[in-house]
Design a protein around this ligand. Structure first.
Ligand code: ADP
Ligand code: MG
Length: 238
């Protein structure tokens, strides 16, 4: 049994079938990257898993239980948004603790969780600053901290690095990989960047027009791309 399973999941927007019936198993603790060109359905697929979009058909299971109709808050997953989704008027501490405050936790419990998350993310010295007083990388870490405090069973990232400059992207890539090593939590990471996919993934899911072209490790895809599209996209010599 996988941690997250999609069984014949489809999505239509009006007449357009953006995701034809799709099956996918995501194992517990795996770092899975959805990669493919712009418009291929990566975000839609992630949002279906998160519960931010309703499926048009099929079934989503989390830990073997039907989660298809569950609201996002009941799925135990956390979406990491891009850093510009932070509240500019709130301190780092309040930004990270915000989901816990919404969930009704008391101050002592919130402080303890925020401080634990800040430690993992090396943000301990910045808790009283506001987002505007942080670097781009620190802001992105705050956005991740907001997900960590909820102790999700999986983190869902939608192109989290796309608004950072190239050098910072490389850094954050490493930091997110290290975070995965530390937390050992399932991570689903959406990107259109082949290099991110090849360097971060345990398992890559290559998408084109809502269809899975291939699923495999970076090495599998490089050595034995299933078709020209995958070969071209991954930059394999086939
Ligand atoms: P990606 O994240 O890979 O760039 P998306 O999942 O955002 O792709 O989009 C996949 C397709 O679904 C695109 O053709 C897009 O225009 C369409 N789409 C996405 N969201 C909506 C929506 N809310 N309404 C109508 N069409 C949508
Ligand atoms: Mg997208």
């Amino acid at each position: 049994m996988g941690h997250i399973e999609l069984k014949g999941v489809t999505k239509r927007f009006g007449e357009a079938e953006v995701i034809p019936p799709l099956d996918l198993t995501i194992g517990k603790g795996e770092f899975v990257v959805f990669v493919g060109p712009s418009g291929c359905g990566k975000s839609t697929l992630l949002r279906l898993i998160a519960g931010l979009e309703d499926t048009s058909g099929g079934r989503i299971e989390i830990d073997g239980k039907d989660a298809t109709g569950l609201p996002p808050a009941k799925r135990g997953l956390a979406m990491v948004f891009q850093s510009y989704a932070l509240y500019p008027h709130m301190s780092v501490r309040r930004n990270i603790g915000f989901p816990l405050k919404m969930a009704g936790l008391d101050k002592a419990a919130i402080d303890a969780k925020v401080e634990a998350a800040a430690k993992v993310l090396n943000l301990g010295a910045y808790l009283d600053r506001r987002p505007g007083q942080l670097s781009g990388g620190q802001r992105q870490r705050v956005a991740i901290g907001r997900a960590i405090v909820r102790s999700p069973s999986a983190f869902l990232f939608d192109e989290p690095l796309s608004n950072l400059d190239a050098a910072l992207r490389v850094n954050m890539r490493l930091e997110i990989s290290e975070l995965h090593q530390t937390l050992k939590t399932t991570m689903i990471y959406v990107t259109h960047d082949q290099v991110e996919a090849m360097t971060m993934a345990d398992k890559i899911v290559v998408l084109q027009a809502g269809r899975i072209e291939q699923v495999g490790s970076p090495l599998d895809l490089y050595r034995a791309p299933a078709n020209r599209f995958v070969a071209g996209f991954i930059g394999s010599p086939r």
